[in-house]
Design a protein around this ligand. Structure first.
Ligand code: DAH
Length: 343
Protein backbone atom coordinates (compact mmCIF):
# COMPACT_ATOMS: atom_id res chain seq x y z
CA UNK A 1 0.00 0.00 0.00
CA UNK A 2 2.78 2.39 0.98
CA UNK A 3 4.53 2.04 -2.36
CA UNK A 4 1.24 2.47 -4.24
CA UNK A 5 0.72 5.74 -2.44
CA UNK A 6 4.24 6.93 -3.21
CA UNK A 7 3.80 6.05 -6.86
CA UNK A 8 0.50 7.91 -7.06
CA UNK A 9 2.05 10.92 -5.36
CA UNK A 10 4.97 11.04 -7.81
CA UNK A 11 2.68 10.71 -10.79
CA UNK A 12 0.43 13.41 -9.36
CA UNK A 13 3.38 15.78 -8.95
CA UNK A 14 4.52 15.16 -12.49
CA UNK A 15 1.00 15.72 -13.84
CA UNK A 16 0.61 18.93 -11.88
CA UNK A 17 4.00 20.23 -13.03
CA UNK A 18 3.18 19.61 -16.68
CA UNK A 19 -0.25 21.29 -16.30
CA UNK A 20 1.63 24.54 -15.70
CA UNK A 21 -0.64 27.56 -15.32
CA UNK A 22 -3.45 26.36 -17.52
CA UNK A 23 -6.56 26.26 -15.28
CA UNK A 24 -8.30 23.79 -17.57
CA UNK A 25 -5.45 21.24 -17.41
CA UNK A 26 -5.08 21.75 -13.64
CA UNK A 27 -8.74 20.87 -13.28
CA UNK A 28 -8.26 17.75 -15.39
CA UNK A 29 -5.55 16.67 -12.94
CA UNK A 30 -7.95 17.27 -10.05
CA UNK A 31 -10.59 15.06 -11.65
CA UNK A 32 -8.02 12.34 -12.39
CA UNK A 33 -7.00 12.10 -8.71
CA UNK A 34 -9.88 13.37 -6.60
CA UNK A 35 -12.88 12.97 -8.90
CA UNK A 36 -15.60 10.37 -8.28
CA UNK A 37 -13.65 7.82 -10.30
CA UNK A 38 -10.27 9.33 -9.42
CA UNK A 39 -7.25 7.37 -8.32
CA UNK A 40 -7.26 8.48 -4.67
CA UNK A 41 -11.02 8.06 -4.42
CA UNK A 42 -10.46 4.52 -5.75
CA UNK A 43 -7.92 3.79 -3.02
CA UNK A 44 -10.53 4.57 -0.38
CA UNK A 45 -12.81 1.97 -1.90
CA UNK A 46 -9.99 -0.60 -1.84
CA UNK A 47 -9.63 -0.13 1.94
CA UNK A 48 -12.55 -2.46 2.55
CA UNK A 49 -10.61 -5.30 0.96
CA UNK A 50 -7.64 -4.97 3.35
CA UNK A 51 -7.31 -7.08 6.45
CA UNK A 52 -8.92 -5.34 9.42
CA UNK A 53 -5.67 -4.62 11.31
CA UNK A 54 -4.14 -2.76 8.36
CA UNK A 55 -7.16 -0.64 7.54
CA UNK A 56 -6.66 2.09 10.10
CA UNK A 57 -3.05 2.80 9.19
CA UNK A 58 -3.70 2.59 5.46
CA UNK A 59 -6.73 4.85 5.82
CA UNK A 60 -4.68 7.47 7.63
CA UNK A 61 -1.96 7.30 4.97
CA UNK A 62 -4.51 7.71 2.17
CA UNK A 63 -6.11 10.65 3.98
CA UNK A 64 -2.73 12.34 4.40
CA UNK A 65 -2.06 11.93 0.71
CA UNK A 66 -5.55 13.18 -0.13
CA UNK A 67 -5.13 16.31 1.98
CA UNK A 68 -1.73 17.08 0.57
CA UNK A 69 -2.99 16.57 -3.01
CA UNK A 70 -6.00 18.75 -2.25
CA UNK A 71 -3.83 21.50 -0.88
CA UNK A 72 -1.43 21.50 -3.79
CA UNK A 73 -4.33 21.48 -6.24
CA UNK A 74 -5.92 24.47 -4.53
CA UNK A 75 -2.65 26.38 -4.71
CA UNK A 76 -2.21 25.45 -8.35
CA UNK A 77 -5.78 26.53 -9.17
CA UNK A 78 -5.30 29.86 -7.39
CA UNK A 79 -1.99 30.45 -9.14
CA UNK A 80 -3.45 29.54 -12.52
CA UNK A 81 -6.45 31.83 -12.19
CA UNK A 82 -4.39 34.78 -10.99
CA UNK A 83 -1.99 34.22 -13.90
CA UNK A 84 -5.00 34.23 -16.20
CA UNK A 85 -6.29 37.49 -14.69
CA UNK A 86 -2.86 39.13 -14.99
CA UNK A 87 -2.74 38.18 -18.65
CA UNK A 88 -6.22 39.63 -19.22
CA UNK A 89 -5.33 42.87 -17.43
CA UNK A 90 -2.11 43.22 -19.40
CA UNK A 91 -4.12 42.85 -22.60
CA UNK A 92 -6.66 45.49 -21.53
CA UNK A 93 -4.24 48.02 -20.13
CA UNK A 94 -5.43 51.59 -20.72
CA UNK A 95 -3.02 54.04 -22.28
CA UNK A 96 -3.45 57.01 -19.98
CA UNK A 97 -1.31 59.18 -22.23
CA UNK A 98 -3.98 59.12 -24.99
CA UNK A 99 -6.02 62.33 -25.36
CA UNK A 100 -9.47 61.97 -23.71
CA UNK A 101 -12.70 61.72 -25.68
CA UNK A 102 -14.09 65.22 -25.59
CA UNK A 103 -17.47 65.24 -23.79
CA UNK A 104 -20.15 67.08 -25.74
CA UNK A 105 -21.21 70.17 -23.84
CA UNK A 106 -24.51 71.88 -24.55
CA UNK A 107 -24.50 75.40 -25.95
CA UNK A 108 -26.83 78.37 -26.12
CA UNK A 109 -29.69 78.16 -28.61
CA UNK A 110 -28.99 80.24 -31.74
CA UNK A 111 -31.97 82.49 -30.89
CA UNK A 112 -30.54 83.10 -27.41
CA UNK A 113 -27.11 83.79 -28.87
CA UNK A 114 -28.62 86.36 -31.25
CA UNK A 115 -30.72 87.96 -28.50
CA UNK A 116 -27.68 88.33 -26.24
CA UNK A 117 -25.62 89.83 -29.04
CA UNK A 118 -28.38 92.37 -29.76
CA UNK A 119 -28.63 93.17 -26.04
CA UNK A 120 -24.89 93.81 -25.98
CA UNK A 121 -25.16 96.39 -28.77
CA UNK A 122 -28.13 98.10 -27.08
CA UNK A 123 -26.41 98.17 -23.71
CA UNK A 124 -23.43 99.88 -25.35
CA UNK A 125 -25.90 102.50 -26.64
CA UNK A 126 -27.20 103.09 -23.09
CA UNK A 127 -30.51 101.18 -23.22
CA UNK A 128 -32.02 99.37 -20.21
CA UNK A 129 -33.42 95.85 -20.69
CA UNK A 130 -37.04 95.42 -19.55
CA UNK A 131 -39.37 92.49 -19.18
CA UNK A 132 -43.14 92.10 -19.38
CA UNK A 133 -45.80 89.39 -19.07
CA UNK A 134 -46.56 87.06 -21.98
CA UNK A 135 -50.21 86.89 -20.91
CA UNK A 136 -51.37 90.45 -21.51
CA UNK A 137 -54.59 92.33 -21.02
CA UNK A 138 -56.41 94.05 -23.85
CA UNK A 139 -55.43 97.49 -22.61
CA UNK A 140 -51.65 96.95 -22.83
CA UNK A 141 -51.63 94.78 -25.95
CA UNK A 142 -54.08 96.88 -27.99
CA UNK A 143 -55.92 99.78 -26.46
CA UNK A 144 -53.06 101.82 -25.05
CA UNK A 145 -51.24 101.28 -28.34
CA UNK A 146 -53.97 103.26 -30.09
CA UNK A 147 -56.02 100.21 -31.14
CA UNK A 148 -59.50 100.72 -29.61
CA UNK A 149 -61.86 97.67 -29.67
CA UNK A 150 -63.19 98.29 -33.17
CA UNK A 151 -59.82 99.20 -34.70
CA UNK A 152 -59.18 97.32 -37.99
CA UNK A 153 -55.48 96.72 -37.10
CA UNK A 154 -56.67 94.20 -34.50
CA UNK A 155 -57.84 91.91 -37.31
CA UNK A 156 -54.40 91.90 -38.89
CA UNK A 157 -52.90 90.00 -35.99
CA UNK A 158 -54.36 86.58 -35.37
CA UNK A 159 -54.60 86.69 -31.63
CA UNK A 160 -54.76 83.83 -29.14
CA UNK A 161 -57.55 84.81 -26.73
CA UNK A 162 -57.77 83.27 -23.29
CA UNK A 163 -61.06 82.43 -21.58
CA UNK A 164 -60.73 85.35 -19.14
CA UNK A 165 -60.44 87.89 -21.98
CA UNK A 166 -56.68 88.25 -21.72
CA UNK A 167 -54.46 87.45 -24.69
CA UNK A 168 -51.08 85.91 -25.38
CA UNK A 169 -49.26 89.10 -26.33
CA UNK A 170 -49.10 89.51 -30.11
CA UNK A 171 -46.04 91.77 -29.95
CA UNK A 172 -43.55 93.19 -27.45
CA UNK A 173 -44.98 96.72 -27.79
CA UNK A 174 -47.09 96.37 -24.57
CA UNK A 175 -43.83 96.53 -22.62
CA UNK A 176 -43.44 100.13 -23.90
CA UNK A 177 -46.74 100.89 -22.20
CA UNK A 178 -45.82 99.14 -18.94
CA UNK A 179 -42.47 100.94 -18.82
CA UNK A 180 -44.01 104.37 -19.46
CA UNK A 181 -46.67 103.68 -16.82
CA UNK A 182 -44.04 103.14 -14.14
CA UNK A 183 -41.19 105.43 -15.21
CA UNK A 184 -40.94 109.04 -16.26
CA UNK A 185 -38.80 110.24 -19.22
CA UNK A 186 -36.03 110.12 -20.15
CA UNK A 187 -36.59 106.47 -21.08
CA UNK A 188 -34.31 104.36 -23.23
CA UNK A 189 -35.36 100.73 -23.08
CA UNK A 190 -35.52 97.50 -24.98
CA UNK A 191 -37.62 94.44 -24.31
CA UNK A 192 -36.78 91.14 -25.96
CA UNK A 193 -39.26 88.30 -25.54
CA UNK A 194 -41.70 85.73 -26.85
CA UNK A 195 -44.80 86.74 -28.78
CA UNK A 196 -47.71 84.67 -30.10
CA UNK A 197 -49.87 84.61 -33.24
CA UNK A 198 -52.12 82.06 -34.93
CA UNK A 199 -49.71 81.20 -37.75
CA UNK A 200 -47.68 78.25 -38.97
CA UNK A 201 -45.57 77.78 -42.10
CA UNK A 202 -41.89 77.87 -43.13
CA UNK A 203 -41.59 81.56 -42.25
CA UNK A 204 -44.24 81.93 -39.50
CA UNK A 205 -44.58 80.24 -36.14
CA UNK A 206 -47.32 80.51 -33.48
CA UNK A 207 -44.56 81.61 -31.09
CA UNK A 208 -41.61 83.73 -32.10
CA UNK A 209 -39.25 86.32 -30.63
CA UNK A 210 -39.37 90.07 -30.96
CA UNK A 211 -37.37 92.91 -29.56
CA UNK A 212 -38.95 96.28 -28.91
CA UNK A 213 -37.04 99.51 -28.43
CA UNK A 214 -38.40 102.77 -27.02
CA UNK A 215 -36.75 106.14 -26.47
CA UNK A 216 -38.69 109.01 -24.86
CA UNK A 217 -37.33 112.42 -23.95
CA UNK A 218 -37.48 116.08 -24.82
CA UNK A 219 -36.92 116.87 -28.51
CA UNK A 220 -36.38 113.25 -29.57
CA UNK A 221 -36.67 113.27 -33.37
CA UNK A 222 -36.89 111.05 -36.41
CA UNK A 223 -33.19 111.77 -36.98
CA UNK A 224 -32.49 110.16 -33.59
CA UNK A 225 -34.50 107.13 -34.69
CA UNK A 226 -32.52 106.78 -37.89
CA UNK A 227 -29.19 107.34 -36.16
CA UNK A 228 -30.02 104.76 -33.50
CA UNK A 229 -31.05 102.16 -36.09
CA UNK A 230 -27.84 102.80 -38.00
CA UNK A 231 -25.73 102.49 -34.86
CA UNK A 232 -27.55 99.27 -34.00
CA UNK A 233 -27.07 97.54 -37.36
CA UNK A 234 -23.52 98.66 -37.95
CA UNK A 235 -22.73 97.63 -34.35
CA UNK A 236 -24.33 94.26 -34.96
CA UNK A 237 -23.22 93.48 -38.52
CA UNK A 238 -20.33 95.85 -39.26
CA UNK A 239 -19.65 99.28 -40.76
CA UNK A 240 -20.41 98.25 -44.36
CA UNK A 241 -24.13 97.78 -43.66
CA UNK A 242 -26.44 100.43 -45.18
CA UNK A 243 -29.93 101.15 -43.90
CA UNK A 244 -33.05 102.80 -45.29
CA UNK A 245 -36.50 103.79 -44.05
CA UNK A 246 -39.71 103.37 -46.05
CA UNK A 247 -43.11 104.85 -45.13
CA UNK A 248 -45.25 102.35 -43.22
CA UNK A 249 -48.32 102.31 -41.00
CA UNK A 250 -48.61 101.17 -37.38
CA UNK A 251 -51.37 102.60 -35.16
CA UNK A 252 -49.00 103.43 -32.30
CA UNK A 253 -46.56 105.59 -34.31
CA UNK A 254 -46.91 108.72 -36.45
CA UNK A 255 -45.13 109.04 -38.76
CA UNK A 256 -44.48 105.32 -39.09
CA UNK A 257 -42.02 103.48 -41.27
CA UNK A 258 -40.45 100.17 -42.08
CA UNK A 259 -36.72 99.79 -42.19
CA UNK A 260 -34.41 97.66 -44.33
CA UNK A 261 -30.70 96.89 -44.30
CA UNK A 262 -28.54 96.12 -47.33
CA UNK A 263 -28.42 92.40 -48.09
CA UNK A 264 -25.45 90.78 -46.41
CA UNK A 265 -25.27 87.98 -48.95
CA UNK A 266 -24.88 90.08 -52.13
CA UNK A 267 -23.85 93.38 -50.53
CA UNK A 268 -26.85 95.12 -52.15
CA UNK A 269 -26.46 93.94 -55.77
CA UNK A 270 -29.51 91.65 -55.60
CA UNK A 271 -29.64 87.91 -55.02
CA UNK A 272 -32.03 85.08 -54.15
CA UNK A 273 -31.96 85.87 -50.42
CA UNK A 274 -33.08 89.50 -50.88
CA UNK A 275 -35.36 88.60 -53.80
CA UNK A 276 -33.13 90.68 -56.14
CA UNK A 277 -33.95 93.91 -54.30
CA UNK A 278 -30.60 94.29 -52.51
CA UNK A 279 -32.51 95.01 -49.27
CA UNK A 280 -33.72 92.93 -46.32
CA UNK A 281 -36.81 94.03 -44.41
CA UNK A 282 -36.17 94.01 -40.67
CA UNK A 283 -39.06 95.65 -38.86
CA UNK A 284 -41.32 98.60 -38.13
CA UNK A 285 -40.54 101.91 -36.48
CA UNK A 286 -41.84 105.43 -35.98
CA UNK A 287 -42.45 108.36 -33.68
CA UNK A 288 -44.61 107.52 -30.65
CA UNK A 289 -48.23 108.53 -31.38
CA UNK A 290 -49.60 111.27 -29.06
CA UNK A 291 -52.55 108.96 -28.22
CA UNK A 292 -50.07 106.45 -26.75
CA UNK A 293 -48.50 109.13 -24.55
CA UNK A 294 -51.97 110.17 -23.41
CA UNK A 295 -52.87 106.58 -22.48
CA UNK A 296 -49.92 106.45 -20.06
CA UNK A 297 -50.18 110.02 -18.77
CA UNK A 298 -47.10 111.49 -20.45
CA UNK A 299 -47.51 114.99 -21.86
CA UNK A 300 -47.15 114.79 -25.68
CA UNK A 301 -46.57 118.57 -25.82
CA UNK A 302 -43.45 118.25 -23.76
CA UNK A 303 -42.12 114.82 -24.70
CA UNK A 304 -41.55 112.98 -27.94
CA UNK A 305 -40.15 109.56 -28.62
CA UNK A 306 -39.49 106.84 -31.13
CA UNK A 307 -40.05 103.10 -31.06
CA UNK A 308 -39.12 100.19 -33.25
CA UNK A 309 -39.51 96.44 -33.32
CA UNK A 310 -37.55 93.59 -34.85
CA UNK A 311 -37.83 89.83 -35.17
CA UNK A 312 -35.00 88.03 -33.37
CA UNK A 313 -35.63 84.68 -35.07
CA UNK A 314 -35.31 86.22 -38.54
CA UNK A 315 -31.99 87.77 -37.63
CA UNK A 316 -30.74 84.43 -36.27
CA UNK A 317 -31.87 82.75 -39.50
CA UNK A 318 -30.13 85.29 -41.72
CA UNK A 319 -27.05 85.08 -39.61
CA UNK A 320 -26.68 81.33 -39.96
CA UNK A 321 -28.30 80.79 -43.36
CA UNK A 322 -31.23 78.83 -41.89
CA UNK A 323 -34.09 78.62 -44.38
CA UNK A 324 -36.91 77.16 -42.27
CA UNK A 325 -38.04 78.92 -39.10
CA UNK A 326 -39.47 75.68 -37.70
CA UNK A 327 -35.94 74.26 -37.29
CA UNK A 328 -35.38 76.84 -34.57
CA UNK A 329 -38.19 75.46 -32.44
CA UNK A 330 -37.84 71.70 -32.87
CA UNK A 331 -34.71 71.56 -30.69
CA UNK A 332 -33.26 68.62 -32.56
CA UNK A 333 -29.75 68.30 -31.11
CA UNK A 334 -28.35 67.38 -34.55
CA UNK A 335 -29.43 70.86 -35.64
CA UNK A 336 -28.46 72.70 -32.45
CA UNK A 337 -24.98 71.16 -32.40
CA UNK A 338 -24.16 73.15 -35.51
CA UNK A 339 -24.24 76.39 -33.52
CA UNK A 340 -21.69 76.05 -30.74
CA UNK A 341 -21.79 78.97 -28.41
CA UNK A 342 -19.86 82.01 -29.53
CA UNK A 343 -17.55 83.73 -27.07
N1 DAH B 1 -45.36 95.82 -32.82
C1 DAH B 1 -45.14 95.69 -34.23
C2 DAH B 1 -45.45 94.28 -34.70
O1 DAH B 1 -45.44 93.39 -33.94
C3 DAH B 1 -43.72 96.02 -34.59
C4 DAH B 1 -43.45 97.48 -34.42
C5 DAH B 1 -43.72 98.37 -35.43
C6 DAH B 1 -42.97 97.94 -33.22
C7 DAH B 1 -43.49 99.72 -35.30
C8 DAH B 1 -42.72 99.31 -33.06
C9 DAH B 1 -43.00 100.18 -34.11
O2 DAH B 1 -42.24 99.80 -31.95
O3 DAH B 1 -42.74 101.50 -33.96
O4 DAH B 1 -45.69 94.08 -35.83
Amino acid sequence: MQSTLQKIEREFEAALASAGADPKVVDEVRVRYLGRKGEITGLMKQLRELPKDQRKEAGQAINRLKRSVQERLENAIAAASSAQRDAALAGERADVTLPPLRPWAGSLHPVTQTRRELERVFRDLGFTIEDGPEVEDDFHNFQALNMPPDHPARDATDTFYLADGNVLRTHTSPVQIRTMETRRPPIKMICPGRVYRRDLDATHLPMFHQLEALVVGEAVSMADLKGTLEALWTGFYGAEIRMRLRPGYFPFVEPGCEYDISCRVCGGDGCRVCKRSGWIELGGAGMVHPAVFEAVGIDPQRYSGFAFGLGIDRIAMMRHGIDDLRLLMENDVRFLRQFPEQP
